[in-house]
Design a protein around this ligand. Structure first.
Ligand SMILES: Cc1ncc(COP(=O)(O)O)c(C=O)c1O
Length: 379
């Protein structure tokens, strides 16, 4: 079974540790272990001492009880067994679609999107029905169109909320209508909510959880929590049999997460720690968004965009006559700066710029991007 290359992840895997400036990351500057352990005025040494006694054995395959309790607490009414802990959000998406999709299934995918499931669907024998966000309406999702796109063969509707790469958030009435549309044909809804909690205005994006019985929420600590190196993700569903089957698939993919991950993820999700971590993320986003917004808005001839509701990502349409991969290559090779080309989301004339790094690095990186753009002729 062959997989198509996952263009964005390949690009990041190969180059992100080689460039001077990395604007390809969609999360905020990660927390250090020290920063995490010092949270809420804790004594790092005491907390570290406790961690040093962690047995480095196999952990509970579906996630430690403590961690699953903390994850379940985020989703009102969820039980311990509604949760499977995975190796990042990526494994959660991988297992969920591996279990769900069979030959001939149709999958409606909100686009643009994180292209992991988009890349997997053909391998699992399914076909993709694109559901395009409407750029001229601020990346609105047209539910009337969704109604026309779903058929009796629709097995799954995939959304990412908050959306990557647009940073657009979708509200409760939207989610209610979406699940009602899915319910008419019995389709599953997979909502990748990994950016939930990273909202600019601090109002948490509503979850699809609790609106429908065929719901899978995937998420993790990599984006809104700034802890991607923990590789802590999860799937939550009201269908406990489904979660149990995913657990049995997880026996094949990674068996279990590291006990250190379990301990640190549970610590991060202690309610008072969780709120401080999310506030840190929102603080970085609120601090840096005006910098990138001022930079981009000075040149309406060059860019058009809608600032994100959530996430440290700005999705820019640029008005230069150059393909996005060629442009991103130029920015990388001439200025040592990594950006994500729109091509990686199946779209031309876009760049995704991550703005979650520290302010000095961000300003430096934006100047480098500008230098390359200044050398191009307008469209
Ligand atoms: C929407 C979305 N889901 C999942 C992932 C992967 O998350 P993780 O690093 O936790 O595997 C990403 C990473 O960019 C993402 O943007």
């Amino acid at each position: 079974m062959k997989l198509r290359p996952f263009l964005m992840e390949r690009w990041q895997s190969v180059y992100e540790h080689q460039v001077a400036c990395n604007l390809s990351e969609s999360g905020v500057h990660p927390m250090s272990l020290r920063e995490l352990l010092a949270i809420n005025d804790g004594t790092v040494e005491t907390r570290l001492e406790r961690l040093l006694d962690t047995d480095l054995g196999y952990s509970q395959g579906n996630g430690s009880i403590e961690l699953r309790e903390r994850i379940a607490a985020i989703y009102p009414g969820a039980e311990l067994d509604s949760v499977l802990v995975t190796h990042g959000g990526a494994e959660a998406n991988f297992l969920a679609t591996l279990r769900l999709l069979e030959s001939g299934d149709e999958v409606v995918i909100m686009l643009p999107n994180y292209m992991q499931i988009h890349g997997l669907v053909p391998t699992w024998g399914g076909s993709i029905t694109p559901w395009n966000l409407v750029e001229k309406n601020g990346w609105e999702a047209d539910l009337g169109e969704l109604e026309r796109l779903v058929t009796d063969k629709t097995k799954l509707i995939l959304i990412t909320n908050p959306n990557n790469p647009t940073g657009r958030c979708f509200d409760s009435p939207f989610l209610d209508r979406l699940t009602a549309i899915a319910g008419k044909v019995g389709a599953w809804v997979l909502a990748d909510e990994i950016y939930r909690g990273a909202e600019v205005d601090g109002n948490e994006t509503p979850s699809v959880w609790g609106r429908y019985e065929r719901v899978l929420v995937t998420s993790g600590l990599s984006k809104a929590y700034g802890l991607p190196g923990l590789r802590a993700g999860w799937v939550v569903s009201p269908d406990i049999d489904f979660i149990n089957t995913l657990w049995s698939y997880h026996d094949y993919s990674s068996i279990c997460s590291s006990p250190l991950t379990m301990a640190l993820a549970a610590f991060a999700l202690e309610p008072k720690n969780r709120s401080v971590i999310l506030e840190r993320t929102r603080g970085i986003i609120r601090g840096n968004l005006p910098i990138i917004d001022n930079w981009a808005s000075r040149r309406p001839d060059r860019f058009s965009y809608r600032p994100p509701d959530a996430g440290a990502i700005l999705y820019l349409r640029y008005h230069h006559a150059i393909g996005s991969t060629e442009l991103a290559e130029k920015i990388r090779t001439e200025e040592g700066t990594l950006v994500v080309p729109g091509d990686h989301f199946g779209m031309e004339s876009f760049l995704r710029l991550g703005f979650g790094s520290n302010e000095i690095e961000l300003r430096d990186a934006l100047q480098r991007v500008e230098k390359v753009l200044d050398g191009l002729s307008p469209q």
